[in-house]
Design a protein around this ligand. Structure first.
Ligand SMILES: [Zn+2]
Ligand SMILES: [Zn+2]
Length: 302
């Protein structure tokens, strides 16, 4: 199994000279099985460049097929979709899996980006065959030769994590999420974190943490939301993002040997991310958890 990063940035794209090395595109990860099967995680602006490459590999002649797993439909995770070229070629087939909102079906959520107030290209210009599959947490399903498990994350309006097992390896994407400790985030945006948790909230957080630890138990490589540094997280635990320290704790608890810091904050320049890479490389000598900073274009072979 191969994992390739096409977009690693959280919140909004940040092109420019200070982000050239790690990249400024919003989330998109290519998962390529040994038999060539393609699974795409998220459709942030990184999916545009992936689309260019796919056009040269079967999708240009309408023979492409892929599944797209969306962590959640906040804009940074779907905003590249209208610019994904293989959609406009007859014969290509995409199955889009995501959790709908309480008010809108998945197809509406995705296609609303093409409404004429936002974009000149209507959604019916899409020529590929699209299947929309509405999913939720705690599901297990098969996509070709891969077995996918979904789990709930701690993020406003709820995000879904994915565990993908194929080729004798296990890969997990845990983004976007806050750790399950200070605040339980649900469908609503919470303007500020509560000073105390109710017993029920504590119980639910404990259950979610238990499920997350179990689902990650035999994971070989995890991609984790590290939008915050610890001092930033403590001010805004209700935003639904984590820190590298939380990721390392999770790896130690669940026995995950390797993780990538991901969903970088827009303000994290190459210089800052280089500093983080050096710091966490040293730290891994104590923890024995290998930590890399996800970088656009980087491929990890599992
Ligand atoms: Zn995000
Ligand atoms: Zn989000």
């Amino acid at each position: 199994m191969k994992v390739k990063f096409w977009g690693v940035r959280g919140s909004y794209p940040v092109p420019g000279i200070s982000t050239n090395k790690y990249g400024g595109n919003t989330p998109c990860i290519e998962v390529r099985l040994n038999n060539g099967q393609l699974i795409i995680i998220d459709a942030g602006t990184g999916i545009r460049m992936l689309g260019q490459e796919l056009i040269n590999n079967g999708f240009g002649s309408g023979k492409g097929r892929a599944d797209i797993l969306i962590s959640h439909t906040h804009w940074d995770h779907i905003q590249g979709f209208p610019f994904f070229k293989p959609l406009f070629i007859d014969g290509n087939q995409f199955t889009i899996h995501a959790r709908p909102s309480n008010h809108l079906h998945l197809k509406e959520i995705i296609s609303y980006q093409n409404k004429d107030c936002y974009l000149p290209i209507p959604f019916n210009a899409v020529k590929a065959n699209l299947d929309f599959v509405e999913i939720d947490a705690d599901q297990k399903f098969r996509i070709g030769d891969a077995v996918v498990k979904t789990f709930k994350l701690n993020h406003p309006n709820i995000a879904i994590g994915y565990r993908i097992e194929a080729d004798g390896k296990v890969f997990a994407v845990v983004s976007d999420t806050a750790p399950f400790e200070n605040v339980l985030i649900g469908e609503q945006f919470i303007p500020k974190p509560p000073s105390t948790l109710t017993e029920e909230e504590e119980r639910t957080l404990g259950e979610l943490q238990f499920k997350l630890n179990s689902v990650l138990e035999d994971v070989d490589f995890m991609v984790y939301d590290t939008f915050f540094q610890v001092n930033e997280y403590v001010k805004n635990p209700h935003w639904g993002h984590s820190t590298p320290e939380h990721g390392i704790d999770l790896c130690l608890e669940s026995g995950v040997p390797r993780m990538a810091l991901f969903h970088h904050a827009p303000g994290n320049t190459d210089e800052i991310l280089d500093g983080m890479q050096n710091y966490y490389r040293l730290k891994s000598k104590e923890t024995h958890v290998e930590v890399i900073v996800a970088r656009e274009g980087e491929e990890i072979i599992l």
